[in-house]
Design a protein around this ligand. Sequence first.
Ligand SMILES: [Zn+2]
Length: 211
Amino acid sequence: MFEQAFSDEDVAESDLVTRRGTFRAVAFRADGHEHMALVYGKTKLRENVLVRIHSECMTGDIFAAMRCECGEQLDAALNTIVREGSGILVYLRGHEGRGIGLVSKIRTHVLQDEGLDTLDSATSLGLPVDVRDYSPAARVLKHLRVQSVRLMSNNPDKIAALESHGISVTARVPSLMTPNAHNIAYLTAKRDRLGHDLPQVEEFTTLPHAR
Ligand SMILES: [Zn+2]
């Protein structure tokens, strides 16, 4: 599928100096949301560009919530990109709670605190498990003229989704965060019910401190 380039009015970019270094901030509008690609170093017309496609998670990313690993993955991805000297972090809005929105996500937390997992807490409210759309990420990667990517993700479905939008993924780079007591149930459900590759979950649950 060919993704349209953005019209000039839907994209803007500038340098963005951060604590980690200077990125190119590429803001763009797609599918009713405003997203951001943070570009570090030279990526244009390059192969095997290190890329993280990060789903917005206000509670994890901004407030460092421990019930998911989003904030840690965001930090780790940016650190890895800077350490490697180049890469792109695409930050996708409209992805709260795998697409159900912030209010609904917080509502699922109540059910999770009563023992339901991350999937059942959504479906019991009549909400979908995952309705995230990765086409805005594919579009911006094409706009940035990236030739192929190494994707930082534990989710094989994300690779399939990107490839279905015409992005060549040459490798998957695991993004394994150390579990904690607050997110182990969440990570276990992601591993067992969503097919994420999370070998560190087994390690955590077999350690004596988890019992
Ligand atoms: Zn999260």
